[in-house]
Design a protein around this ligand. Structure first.
Ligand code: KIV
Ligand code: ZN
Length: 526
């Protein structure tokens, strides 16, 4: 069976899409889960783009052991210097350089001729080779480029030492059959291509990114670049789970394998959705909420007799927890559940925690059982997220009080703590209670970010009961906010925050403060 490499760019092309930003702890957690998933290459970021990206690539390079870690660089010495500085401690580093080859990009973006592009591509691959043997070259907008020019550039960069050449459909313009033909053409007309890996990188503007990637594999591509949940610029990138499950379910047709442990797919997908705040459409292939739901009576009847009547893969194959599938076995936990039961639930969610983090999360779980009679898998996921993906709590919520009425508006007090000192402000003014709270937090912290998104949902997927056993009264509120502010370079930056509490006002405050803390951490370093 032919092996195809999975190059995951969730943390670079995915993260760079508007609204998909992640903080450094979130990126590290995602990288660790991608390693467990079994991807071959993790593209960890674009280090020259910001100090935050540099730091996260550096950290990911130091913690990931079994995957190649790569960082993106333009074909510029400065980018390669910074990219290598971030990567150099990685067990298996790769420098990924790119330069556009399409007429429109060369004329209007680069203002360069074909000859200049060819020369710069070769020079930068040679320059990157001085640092590292594993170098990948991408011809940005390759699909809309003159195929003979791409072959010429690929032949030259292979001669200069590139070990992987990547053919992106940057604009998601290709149709599967013609994309496959392009790949065949490249394979047949590029000198030295048999000695290196040919990669593809497809965007989803016409909804064909996974189909194009698979067509490329059929025509000889050795590597596909993709993201979890298909997140990415505009309509996104090719979705990892769609490509991998396509190859697995139709192994009879493709005779191709990947190293992915598909039972990890569901948990990584959930994590990426939670940290980015990008919810999946319910009918999203493979990982959407309805991907394995059978509503129509005739379908239910068929599935009950034999699952294969209406299912081409099992939910277990992608790691959907048993208790999520079967509400009668949704074994929730409660006050008297011990460590063992808690560990079992973590296992079901495919979550491994080191001892110290386990103790913290278990402590949080015990506290939660004082407020809620039943704790579901979703609650446990939220507790784990809180401990594993947050940055240092620079501003801590110490106390709050809020009164609100239709006639008098909101009033009360918020008390925050920073470095052991207390900061207190009265709540007043504002357009409704949440606006008043956020304004008061701004007043205390001295920063006035724009609130770009506020979302409130219930975290518990089965009806929760409070500590007195009253059903339906104690789902945890989960709030997601996105804030934006110009940094000192005048660059608009965005940060996400999540907050979970049995009180929705508190979950909103926690989410806002979480985003404020990431902002302080990334802008001021503390
Ligand atoms: O879409 C694209 O062309 C890219 C390259 C930088 C690989 O993301
Ligand atoms: Zn891309």
């Amino acid at each position: 069976m032919r092996a195809v490499k999975i190059f995951d760019t969730t943390l670079r092309d995915g993260e760079q899409a508007p609204g998909c930003s992640m903080n450094i702890s979130e990126k590290i957690e995602v990288a660790k889960r991608l390693e467990k998933l079994g991807v071959d290459i993790i593209e960890a970021g674009f280090p020259v783009s910001s100090p935050g990206d540099f730091e996260s690539v550096k950290k990911i390079a130091s913690v990931i052991k079994t995957c190649v870690v790569t960082s993106l660089c333009r074909c510029l010495e400065k980018d390669i210097n910074v990219g290598w500085e971030a990567l150099k401690k990685a067990e298996s580093p790769r420098i990924h350089v790119f330069l556009a080859t399409s007429p429109v990009h060369m004329e209007y973006k680069l203002k360069m001729t074909q000859e200049q592009v060819l020369e710069q591509a070769v020079n930068c691959v040679k320059y990157a080779k001085k640092f590292n043997s594993d170098v990948e070259f991408s011809a940005e907008d390759a699909f809309r480029s003159d195929p003979d020019f791409v072959c010429k550039v690929f032949s030259a960069v292979i001669k200069a030492g590139a070990l992987t050449v990547n053919f992106p459909d940057t604009l998601g313009y290709a149709m599967p059959e013609e994309f496959g033909k392009s790949i065949r053409y490249i394979k047949e007309n590029t000198a030295g291509i048999e000695k290196v890996f040919l990669s593809v990188h497809c965007h989803n503007d016409l909804g064909l990114a996974a189909a194009n990637s698979i067509s490329a594999i059929l025509n000889g591509a050795d590597q596909v670049e993709c993201t979890i949940n298909g997140i990415g610029e505009r309509a996104g990138n090719a979705s990892l789970e769609e490509i991998v499950m396509g190859l697995k379910v139709r192994r009879d047709y493709f005779n191709v394998e990947t190293k992915i442990d598909t039972t990890q797919i569901y948990s990584v997908s959930r994590l990426v959705s939670q940290v980015t705040g990008i919810k999946l459409q319910p009918n999203k292939a493979i990982v959407g909420d309805n991907a394995f739901a059978h509503e129509a009576g005739i379908h239910q009847h068929g599935v009950l007799s034999n699952r294969e009547t209406y299912e081409i893969m099992t939910p277990q194959a992608i790691g959907i927890p048993k208790s999520k599938l079967d509400s009668s076995s949704n074994l929730v936990l409660g006050k008297h559940s011990g460590r063992h039961a808690f560990e079992e639930r973590l296992k079901e969610l495919n979550i491994n925690l080191d001892e110290k983090t386990f103790e913290k999360v278990f402590g949080d779980f015990k506290k939660l059982t004082d407020k809620k009679k039943t704790v579901s898998l979703r609650d446990i996921e939220a507790l784990v997220m809180n401990e594993t993906t947050s940055v240092p709590e620079i501003w801590k919520l110490d106390f709050w009080e809020l009164k609100t009425s239709s006639s008098a508006g909101a009033s009360g007090v918020i008390r925050l703590r920073r470095d052991g000192e207390i900061y207190e402000e009265s709540i007043c003014g504002g357009d409704g209670p949440l606006d008043s709270i956020f304004r008061t937090i701004n007043k205390i912290t001295g920063k006035e970010p724009e609130l770009e998104l506020y979302e409130l949902g219930a975290i518990t997927d089965i009806t929760g009961a409070d500590k007195n056993g009253v059903e339906g009264s104690s789902s945890q509120g989960e709030t997601m906010v996105k804030i934006a502010l110009n940094d000192k370079y005048g660059c608009l930056r965005r940060w996400n925050g999540r907050g979970v509490s049995t009180d929705v006002i508190e979950s909103s405050m926690k989410a806002y403060l979480a985003a404020i803390n990431v902002m302080f951490y990334e802008i001021e370093g503390r």
